[in-house]
Design a binder for this molecule. Structure first.
Ligand SMILES: NC(=O)c1ccc[n+]([C@@H]2O[C@H](COP(=O)([O-])OP(=O)(O)OC[C@H]3O[C@@H](n4cnc5c(N)ncnc54)[C@H](O)[C@@H]3O)[C@@H](O)[C@H]2O)c1
Length: 396
């Protein structure tokens, strides 16, 4: 099968920029796809950050510290931009204006007004594909839950819980970085960092919150500055958002949590759905297992635990009995972005990357959550009608 090559520029050569390069380097892992990325240019404000790309990514022919130079290159079709949150709006807008397709990182703007600016620019360039990075729904267990929701297997939804929990910030000696400062990470704190991952599937399923009561928490007040002193650690560490969903799909509570200080959890993403006909839960803590409890009136209630096969959105050379991991989910997400870029409405499977409208929905919720925590009140958001409609049909 001939594969269409998509020429990529990467802006931001840190943690996530390298994850993309690693996924692109093992594209041969995927089978039956008619598209592939080639990273030809990279940009980082810190020239040392691009050195890794020069050493390990032979397709890179251009490195620069000025992203405008990268955007001026007519031989670049698309851009992956993974920079601190305070830069999202300016850089995403310039990328879209340059006519480059964009996979941007969450939270897609440091705050709601930055997100509004991105959305306004996007509307002027309807042919530019813009998507937001969010890889966890590509874990086979999460993918299967998406299929079950699409098939209407849960019956009436009773309640939903979803979360993303870390524990790296439990260590008070961990030095400060841009993700712990309001100027660079935003007032949302852990919500901006972790929240889109938590919201991606609920929003895709049509479960936009009608209201939120938020409990936000700061546990570590200051951190080492790396120069022998301490500086304030300004951002929210943990957030618990008690939401209600109330639309034609049902009326039920949905508890979303984002925690940077959750002892014992390294990178735990989970979703639990209780329904009248099926309950199911999946957590990356036990990445192979999916638990489900089918129920028929009067019948027994028994949890089933399945070692879910290695089977995500796109088929691979890996056998079904092997394990799936974080870097596999990144590869699958990138396949979905490239698939959509090449095949648009005729993608090979239904799970597309998070849309800008979904990212905008996360801003709506986080802004309301800040207000709720400030006032101690439940804040009305307005449910599905008040969330921007996605340009794509729904479906997991
Ligand atoms: N999808 C995920 O699972 C995931 C995980 C971590 C981070 N992220 C997101 O990725 C983005 C980047 O996070 P990261 O962890 O890679 O951060 P990072 O600090 O490792 O990398 C950011 C890079 O951006 C560079 N940079 C700063 N200003 C720049 C500019 N003006 N032009 C070009 N480069 C510039 C920095 O020098 C740095 O190398 C954030 O939006 C974050 O929320 C996503």
């Amino acid at each position: 099968m001939t594969r269409k090559t998509i020429r990529f520029g990467v802006i931001g050569c840190g943690l996530m920029g390298k994850e993309f390069a690693s996924a692109a380097a093992r594209w041969c892992h995927l089978t039956g796809v008619d598209f592939e990325p080639r990273i030809t240019a990279v940009c980082d404000a810190n020239p040392a950050a691009a050195e890794w790309f020069k050493a390990y990514v032979p397709s890179v022919t251009k490195t620069t510290t000025d992203y405008r130079e990268l955007l001026a290159d007519p031989d670049i079709d698309a851009v992956y931009c993974a920079v601190p949150h305070n830069l999202h709006a300016d850089l995403y807008i310039d990328i879209i204006r340059a006519g480059k397709h964009l996979l941007g990182e969450k939270p897609f703007g440091i705050d709601r007004s930055a997100n509004d600016r991105i959305m306004a620019e996007m509307a002027k360039f309807p042919d530019v594909l813009v998507r937001c990075s969010s890889e966890f729904p590509f874990f086979p267990g999460a993918y299967r839950i998406g299929e079950w929701v699409r098939e209407g297997r849960f019956g009436k939804i009773i309640e939903v819980e979803a979360g993303f929990w870390h524990s790296s910030d439990l260590d008070p000696l961990k030095p400060i970085n841009w993700k712990r400062r309001i100027a660079t990470n935003g007032e949302y704190g852990c919500m901006g960092d972790l929240g889109m991952h938590v919201l991606h599937l609920p929003l895709r399923f049509g479960w936009q919150p009608n209201s939120v009561r938020a409990l936000l928490q700061k546990t570590v007040d200051e951190r080492p500055d790396g120069k022998g002193g301490n500086v304030p650690c300004e951002t929210w560490d943990n957030a618990i958002l008690a939401c209600d969903v109330n639309n034609d799909l049902g009326k039920f509570p949905m508890v979303l949590s984002m925690k940077r200080i959750a002892p014992g959890h390294a990178n735990t993403w989970f979703i639990r759905i209780n329904g009248t006909e099926l309950s199911a839960e999946y957590t990356t803590k036990n990445p192979k297992e999916i638990r489900s409890l089918p129920y028929k009136p009067g019948g027994e209630q028994a949890w089933h635990t399945l070692d879910v096969p290695y089977q995500s959105a796109y088929s691979t050379i890996t056998g079904g009995i092997f394990e799936f991991g974080f870097s596999d989910s990144i590869l699958q997400m990138w396949a979905a972005f490239c698939d959509e870029l090449v095949n648009r409405d005729h993608m090979k499977q239904p799970l597309h990357c998070a849309t800008p409208e979904e990212a905008a929905g996360s801003h709506k919720l986080f802004t309301a959550a800040l207000e709720s925590d400030r006032t101690g009140q439940t804040v009305h958001i307005g449910g599905r009608d008040s969330f921007a409609a996605s340009a794509r049909p729904t479906g997991a």
